[in-house]
Write a protein that binds this ligand. Structure first.
Ligand code: ADP
Ligand code: MG
Length: 327
């Protein structure tokens, strides 16, 4: 049994000239966690990942693995491996040689490295395609080859930068299930960067929501989704309404909103959009203060009492469905 090593970011900082891309972030990733770094473009996700991998120097702070500071080590000596967004496969090498590449760099003999590459290709279900060139593979197959190539070094931590973004939506959902399964089987830590909240919710044991070079909120995925602390997090995770009511700024989940008559409701509203989503209907209403809220109704609830555009309604929710926001 190999030892399980926790990954820790300690006031990790990245400056590019005058730009602070990552601002003293600290986080403890327990060994074996599937973690997603989630946030909008430019918030510092890739810089964070590259500092963990050693593809970017650390401006300040440290990255530790199993308590050992790895910040100054070259990428191959860290116990981490990175899978890039565009997969970065060598076009002139077969799949097998791509997968075996890092072992070749380490001077491992051909027989051994091909045997190891074979094991990795089996792991990602690519054995029959070992002799192909990357150009002869579909997007999903290229992704598997890139995964096998990253995993051949037996990393403690696999770093994935937007690994699904090059795939079409159907394949993306299939590959995300495969990533999750692979992580469960290997039992190693995955740190997966994405700007897609659906992807993060589907995959992550823990999410780290970043905004403007800092961690805005982090923790167990469901705990963060159930209780966003700031308006940014509530909006970014989606499925939440951020509304200002006399008691203050609150987040209320779309599926917690009820449509009632105007009298006695928490908010009066006017329906501005009705969107049929198959299993649900999303009903959007303008409410006082130039705000909009969206209620997600089951198709049964909506069609049992259909509403019209422009109709005046009340919007109500159970008191405990509202979470106070810090800003
Ligand atoms: P994300 O992956 O969340 O989109 P990045 O980590 O790529 O964010 O970028 C964070 C910030 O750092 C952005 O403002 C970006 O423009 C800047 N940045 C990233 N890489 C460099 C670089 N090599 N040189 C200068 N600025 C950079
Ligand atoms: Mg990025």
């Amino acid at each position: 049994m190999r030892q399980k090593l926790d990954l820790e970011l300690v006031s990790l900082t990245k400056r590019y000239g005058g730009t602070i891309a990552v601002d003293a972030i600290s986080y403890h990733f327990y060994a074996g966690t599937y973690a997603c770094l989630l946030g909008p473009s430019g918030c510092g996700k890739s810089s964070t990942l590259r500092m963990i991998a050693g593809h970017e120097t650390v401006s300040d702070g440290a990255v530790t693995l199993g308590g050992r500071d790895i910040s100054q080590l070259p990428p191959a000596k860290r116990g981490t491996a990175m899978m890039f967004q565009n997969y970065a496969l060598f076009p002139h090498l077969t799949v097998r040689d791509n997968v075996a590449f890092s072992l070749r760099m380490q001077g491992v003999d051909p027989a051994t490295r091909h045997a190891r590459a074979g094991e990795m290709l089996e792991l990602v279900d690519m054995t029959s395609l070992a002799d192909r060139l990357p150009a002869q593979l579909s997007g999903g197959q290229q992704q598997r080859a890139a995964l096998a190539r990253a995993l051949i070094t037996k990393p403690d931590v696999l770093l994935l930068d937007e690994p699904l973004s090059a795939l079409d939506p159907f394949l993306r959902i299939r590959m995300r299930a495969e990533l999750k399964k692979l992580q469960r089987e290997l039992g190693i830590t995955f740190v997966h960067v994405t700007h897609g909240q659906d992807e993060a919710l589907a995959l992550a044991d823990e999410i780290v929501v970043m905004n403007d070079a800092r961690i805005e909120q982090a923790g167990r995925t469901r705990a963060v989704f159930e209780a966003p602390k700031t308006a940014f997090v509530a909006r970014f995770l989606g499925s939440h309404n951020v509304v200002s009511i006399p008691e203050g700024l609150v987040a209320v989940r779309s599926d917690a909103l009820e449509i009632t008559s105007v009298d006695g409701a928490k908010l009066p509203g006017t329906i501005t959009n009705i969107e049929y989503q198959g299993t649900h209907v999303a009903l959007t209403a303008a409410v006082p203060g130039a705000q909009e809220v969206t209620a997600l109704l089951s198709d049964k609830d909506f069609f049992g009492n259909p509403r019209e555009l422009g109709e005046a309604i009340g919007l109500d929710w159970e008191a405990e469905a509202a979470h106070a926001l810090a800003g």
